[in-house]
Design a binder for this molecule. Structure first.
Ligand SMILES: Nc1nc2c(c(=O)[nH]1)N[C@H]1C(S)=C(S)[C@@H](COP(=O)(O)O)O[C@H]1N2
Ligand SMILES: [Mo]
Length: 375
């Protein structure tokens, strides 16, 4: 047997490395779909610059801008001043499932993610709300900006990855300044010593290595808020984009993916187990998953997987994905298995990726299709 190659950052041997530098990776879907809580070695990594190593002892978090008092906090201060909380939440990259958009039309310069750019962890830390309350929020403030301690080089400048969320979201109890992931110290690659976790929002707002939080009137002007992570209409391209326009992304939309069988699988005729994950954004929950083996002409309802981890996470279920499974009878031939989810607002997914193509390749939540050969 060929010895499995060791992966950077203690990731699983079967990790799909989408980019080496900066390091971008995710787990094969069969492994990702096995567990409600994603083991750290399977948790996707999305970086825009090299991973910084930040010394925990000298680390300081600064809170300023329209805060009434500027705070300069060590990790010890954070732990001592504020109550620790845990939230089980799925983080999902806005670029998850970009591969299907690329099949419609090419998207140069962006990571070609399959459906693996997400994961669910139990995050431990303090509430952003508690820190903001002790700093005091000034009159007229409407956004909270986060700046990371990494160094992105873009447009001739070096700066930390950043972004902002509305103040109302920042004051919600689920938003954490996290120093733990699945009960362990937050790993470097996931933002040690401290990261923001914004459940229900695109992963980009969960800024890693957060070193500065700024309370402000307007949304962040950081490249990753004002330029990237925006949705443009289908006729717009990098050449003709007016970057002052475009829809700034926030809440995720409802999505589902089939984790097993894998695309291109060869399987025997008869009963086949189909399984996967479904996510909803913005505090909505996943309420139903449908599976079709006849191109969407008819659907069967999948069952949600109950697990000890799931039950034990004694958590607000709105922030985490739901794993699902169903059985189908497959006859000989080629079949396309399709999955789609509905959320608690009865939102569902568009039929085709072509209908939502955008030149940066964000927010693909078209029906997930997997072709299998049955013989
Ligand atoms: N400082 C910093 N924070 C960051 C990023 C980054 O490149 N730098 N990537 C963001 C994006 S786009 C995503 S999807 C998530 C990924 O988090 P993970 O690598 O822990 O999975 O982190 C976000 N936070
Ligand atoms: Mo992302």
């Amino acid at each position: 047997m060929k010895k499995a190659e060791a992966q950077p950052f203690d990731k699983h041997a079967r990790t799909i490395v989408r980019e080496r530098e900066p390091f971008n990776s995710g787990a094969p879907l069969d492994l990702l779909g096995e567990r409600f809580i994603t083991p750290i070695e399977l948790f996707y990594v999305r970086n825009h610059a090299p991973v910084p190593r930040i010394d925990e002892q000298s680390f300081r978090l600064k809170i300023d801008g329209m805060a009434k008092r500027t705070l300069d906090l060590s990790l010890e201060d954070l732990r001592a001043k504020y109550t620790k909380h845990e939230v089980t939440a799925t983080l999902q990259c806005a670029g998850n499932r970009r591969d299907d958009l690329i099949s419609v039309r090419e998207i140069p310069g962006e990571v070609k993610w399959g459906a693996e750019a997400l994961g669910t962890a139990t995050w431990g830390g303090v509430r952003l709300r508690d820190a903001l309350e002790s700093a005091g929020v000034g009159e007229g403030a409407a956004h909270v900006e986060f700046i990371g301690g990494d160094e992105v080089e873009k447009q001739g400048k070096t700066f930390g990855f950043g972004g902002s969320i509305p103040l109302s979201k920042a004051l919600s109890e689920e938003v954490l300044l996290a120093f733990e992931m699945n009960g362990r110290a937050l790993p470097d690659v996931h933002g040690a010593p401290l990261r923001v976790v914004v459940p229900g929002y695109l992963g980009a707002r969960s800024v890693k290595w957060v070193r500065k939080i700024s309370v402000q009137r307007e949304a962040s002007t950081n490249y990753y808020q004002a330029h990237a992570y925006k949705i443009f209409p289908p006729h717009i391209t990098a050449e003709n984009a007016d970057w002052t326009t475009g829809l700034m992304l926030g809440e995720m939309s409802v999505n589902a993916a089939i984790c097993a069988p894998e695309a291109g699988a060869n399987m025997p005729e008869g009963k086949c187990a189909i399984s996967g994950y479904a996510t909803a954004g913005g505090g909505r929950s996943v309420e139903r998953v449908d599976v079709s083996i006849d191109g969407g002409a008819s659907w069967v309802e999948a069952e949600f997987v109950r697990s000890e981890e799931n039950d034990a996470s004694s958590n607000d279920a709105r922030w985490a994905w739901r794993l699902w499974t169903c059985e189908a009878e497959l006859s000989k031939g080629t079949h396309t298995v399709i999955a789609r989810a509905f959320d608690s607002a009865a939102n569902t997914q568009p039929e085709s990726a072509a209908s939502i193509w955008n030149f940066k390749g964000y927010m693909n939540n078209a029906w997930h299709r997997v072709e299998v050969d049955v013989n």
